[in-house]
Ligand binder design. Structure first.
Ligand code: ADP
Ligand code: MG
Length: 256
């Protein structure tokens, strides 16, 4: 008999833009895939940066997460298989920005993604959901689907701003919609070891959150910033770079 898999589902969330959510989603997926884990990446941001970061032309795709959320299409027909070995992608593009409005008044609209992905839980080891830069219905859908939330934090002066609000949202979703939901860990992104500021941000956040969640540091790296324009994760674009190594350590932490 075939062994049943149960996916672990992780939402990558922070309502701030530009903190490294998409970069983390793409490269964590690629590092898990390197270990022969079967990964589904769900791009839930209308910007579609994760979609194009995997080399998929977001303007050419016919069916996206938008169609999954607002119509009866079969989710399997919307998934792009093997964007890299062992990684499948539910893509996104600007169409998704209309979903929130179109779902007004729809019953159980906080659980649509959870319901649509249920049949995939035996297919993948991991499902990673890249969230938009807001605490919107799309982010709530990601949080009702997920077992945990991974929070990228950019090492800059305003890093702590908004963090309490994010944690409050996670707590609300846990109390009212999804009792499984936990904070998975913190990924400090764009860390610059030459500045005191980066070190201070890491210390502050650790004090703020306590020690029971793991923290991983991703250095600022040109190679990480370049890779998406080649449509490649760092494991392919520059497999031996410090960025690739850092994301492998994050995969270690995730796999625990
Ligand atoms: N560790 C890093 N080093 C250098 N540039 C990075 C790093 N992580 C992300 N970036 C760059 O920062 C920008 C924002 O990252 P992105 O992952 O798109 O953030 P978000 O999805 O949170 O908006 C992108 O241009 C990305 O290439
Ligand atoms: Mg993004």
């Amino acid at each position: 008999m075939k062994k049943e898999r149960m996916s672990r589902t992780i939402a990558i969330a922070n309502q701030k833009g530009g903190v490294g959510k998409s970069t983390t989603t793409i490269n964590l997926a690629a590092c898990l895939a390197e270990r022969n884990k079967k990964v589904l990446v769900i791009d839930s941001d209308p910007q579609g940066n994760t979609t194009s970061g995997f080399g998929v032309d977001k303007n050419e795709i016919e069916e996206t997460i938008y169609d999954v959320l607002i119509s009866d299409v079969d989710i399997k027909d919307c998934i792009v298989e093997n964007v890299v070995k062992n990684v499948d992608l539910l893509p996104s593009n600007v169409d998704l920005s209309a979903a929130e409005i179109e779902l007004i008044g729809v019953k159980e609209k906080e659980f649509i993604l959870e319901q649509k992905t249920r049949e995939l839980r035996t297919v993948y080891d991991y499902i990673l959901i890249d969230c938009p830069p807001s605490l919107s219905l799309l982010t709530v859908n990601a949080m009702t689907t997920a077992d945990s939330v991974l929070v990228p934090i950019q090492c800059e002066y305003y890093a702590l701003e908004g963090l309490s609000q994010l944690i409050h949202t996670v707590n609300l979703v846990r109390e009212r919609l999804n009792e499984r939901l936990d904070i998975e860990g913190i990924v400090f992104t764009m860390y610059d070891s030459r500045t005191n500021l980066s070190q201070q941000v890491v210390e502050n956040v650790k004090q703020h959150l306590g020690d029971d969640i793991y923290t991983t540091i991703i250095p600022r790296s040109i190679r990480l910033a370049e890779a998406p324009s080649y449509g490649q994760p760092i494991t392919i674009y520059d497999a031996k770079s410090s960025g690739a190594e850092a994301y492998r350590k994050l995969a270690d932490a995730v796999e625990g």
